[in-house]
Design a protein around this ligand. Structure first.
Ligand code: ADP
Length: 629
């Protein structure tokens, strides 16, 4: 294809995108990604969640007016894209096992007539002979492989069915294949290219950073109370809370419900009906909060999740990125809060050790898991910008000095003054107690607690008794774990009776170096905010809400929910939150002016414009507000 033809296509492409999606500018890598599709060159596109991968294959299909086949791993993901394309006035459909014979034969007819722009299928269905023949008949030129990392053993979501796609190039030698994924290490990337047999692919890798996410690592004190504080900052908005165990999920979900939060549980121990109910209620915005284990994840495409909270440490940074990735898919600000306690490291470690001791366990797996866990733990303890640490972990540079969107850069986590002195006090207390006790007892002695247990052992006579009097117990406990994680203190399991072990604190060489002032430590603690002091907001958050009439936003949201219910689609399919915020900011007074709002293409203007306009006009009339700002 010549450069001239391609540039012509791009001008037309822009008008197609505006007309259907109400989007007027392409993001950095979307243009070359779209060019690769239009010129029939294989490609691999790596963009973070919410980076706009789908437009890269959807827009060329609409522009060319032929059929692009999209491979997707889950029915729910396909449905989401089909609903969203249909709402933009684009014919799309999916072939899956839930359809009746009659329905499928209607669909096949439509496909044969060339009316379908995007056809979604699972990899195993695509490889069925009759479908392959049909696609050859209509001369399919483009295949898009969504969630392409599923093809790789090295990815976190390996799906054996994806491996069948390696035959695609042989069956459709003239078609181009385009792979899309959010997570791909170098290893996974190479595997995708190899498995799919991509020829000289255009490889486009975007920044792994998600600037709209604010990462907050907070020391865990009282999880229910702390989670309630997060929820209170986002009343009525969607959030996901990840717990380690099923019992934690059930406990927290019922506590939150008792506190008046619309929360539902999700874990593998619930029946499939219960899980579907939770998932559907969350997507339809009938439930605000899902409390879940990591089983809740892929296929949750609600784009306006405003926060993801972790009550316990995730087991790797890969998991953390995946799980926090579910926040802010619409590009608007979202908060990711992790309640950190150094003890989680040991909980995970004992889970890993247990599985490593099982017959046939892979020893490399345990070693790798411990390494990943250490990286995750180190991330929480580091006193550096969280965005920068994450991006660098995934092998990229982070160009900014400050992200303005993490606890460190916002100044919410600060270094403890005189950390070395505090460490010396803790370590000498462990020494005085002859390295025989666990964290809880050491904390009690340091704080000078008046307990029977301490008195019986005469430990109230020790010179280190009450050395940290007046300090909060949770702080002292936290500092002890920070010292363990800096390897200047150790925790060891000792057997108290056959089969029963308890963890006790032990000193090591580094402990003595700290006590002799030959080595420094660094301790962190949350910034203490005065009562009534405003919590700091990230730059993205302040910008995206600025000028938005919140009351109007909520009214528009209610209308959106009602329309979504009538049409049996998720609310974000009708309009994204960004569209509602823009509407409540600029308050257009006519359909013509509404056409300039982000996310309102021709089909949505036709289907929903009048209803939203009436609401806007009525709101501005009753409140005597100006329009067309
Ligand atoms: P991904 O598949 O990479 O996770 P999506 O394709 O779902 O991301 O896009 C995320 C959101 O960004 C969608 O709401 C989409 O409409 C929006 N979007 C995509 N491209 C653009 C763009 N160029 N400008 C503004 N919004 C965009």
């Amino acid at each position: 294809m010549t450069a001239e033809v391609l540039s012509l296509d791009l001008t037309e492409l822009r008008s197609v995108i505006l007309h259907h999606w109400g989007i007027d500018t392409l993001r950095a890598l979307q243009e070359p990604a779209i060019k690769a599709v239009l010129s029939g060159r294989d490609s691999l596109v790596v963009l973070p969640t919410g980076g706009g991968k789908s437009l890269c294959y959807q827009a060329p299909a609409v522009l060319r007016g032929d059929t692009t086949v999209v491979v997707s791993p889950l029915i729910s993901l396909m449905k989401d894209q089909v609903d969203s394309l249909q709402a933009c006035g684009i014919r799309a459909l999916q072939l899956d096992s839930s359809q009746t014979v009659a329905q499928r034969s209607d669909y096949i007819k439509e496909i044969k007539q060339g009316l379908v722009r995007l056809l979604f299928v699972s990899p195993e269905r695509l490889m069925q002979t009759d479908l392959c023949q049909l696609l050859q008949e209509i001369n399919v030129r483009t295949f898009a492989i969504d969630e392409a990392h599923c093809i790789s053993h090295w990815g976190h979501d390996f799906r054996p069915e994806y491996r069948q796609l390696s035959q695609l190039k042989e069956i459709f030698p003239r078609a181009s294949i385009h792979a899309y994924t959010a997570t791909a290490t170098e290893h996974v990337r190479q595997d995708i290219v190899k498995q799919l047999g991509l020829h000289n692919p255009e490889v486009l890798i975007g920044s792994a950073d998600r600037p709209n996410l604010t990462f907050l690592i907070v020391s865990r004190r009282d999880s229910t109370k702390q989670i309630m504080e997060v929820i209170d900052r986002h009343r009525g908005e969607g959030g996901i809370i990840y717990c380690l165990r099923r019992s934690d999920v059930d406990g927290l979900a019922s506590s939150l419900t008792r506190l008046g939060v619309k929360a539902m549980p999700y874990h593998a121990g619930l029946s499939s009906q219960q899980r579907t109910e939770t998932q559907e209620a969350f997507i339809a915005e009938q439930c605000d909060v899902v409390v879940a284990t990591v089983a809740f994840g892929m296929g949750i495409d609600r784009s306006n999740v405003r926060y993801v909270a972790h009550v316990a440490l995730p087991k790797s940074l890969e998991h953390y990125q995946q799980e926090t990735g579910r926040a802010g898919r619409d590009g608007l600000e979202a908060e990711c809060v992790l309640l950190y306690s150094g003890s989680d490291f040991f909980t995970w470690k004992s889970i890993i050790d247990k599985s490593a001791s099982e017959p046939n366990a892979d020893p490399d797996f345990a070693t790798n898991s411990i390494k990943q866990l250490k990286d995750m733990d180190g991330y929480c303890r580091a006193a550096a910008c969280r965005h920068s640490l994450l991006v660098r972990y995934f092998g990229q540079d982070y160009p900014n000095d400050s992200c303005n969107a993490c606890d460190i850069c916002l100044g919410l986590t600060v270094a403890v003054p005189e950390a070395d002195i505090i460490a010396q006090k803790i370590l000498s207390c462990v020494a005085r107690l002859k390295e025989r006790y666990g964290v809880g007892y050491v904390v009690a002695v340091l704080r000078g607690e008046n307990t029977q247990n301490i008195r019986n052992r005469n430990d109230d006579k020790l010179s280190t008794f009450g050395l940290l009097k007046g300090q909060n117990a949770a702080d002292v406990r936290d500092w002890i774990y920070q010292l363990i994680n800096q390897d200047v203190l150790a925790q060891e399991e000792i057997e108290t009776e056959p089969g029963r072990t308890i963890p006790i604190l032990r000193l090591n060489n580094a402990s003595w170096q700290v006590m002799r002032k030959e080595r420094n430590v660094r301790l962190l603690q949350p910034l203490r905010q005065e009562k009534g002091e405003q919590s700091k907001k990230s730059k993205t958050e302040s910008e995206s809400w600025s000028g938005v009439d919140r009351e109007l936003f909520e009214e528009l949201r209610a209308l959106r929910k009602q329309l979504a219910q009538e049409r049996q689609v998720p609310p974000y399919i009708i309009f994204a939150d960004a569209t509602l915020r823009e509407l409540s900011k600029s308050r257009p007074s006519s359909l013509l002016k509404m056409r300039n709002i982000y996310g309102i293409g021709d089909a949505k203007l036709r289907d929903f414009g009048k209803l939203f306009l009436n609401l806007l006009v009525e709101h501005c009339r009753t409140k005597s507000l100006p329009m067309d700002l």
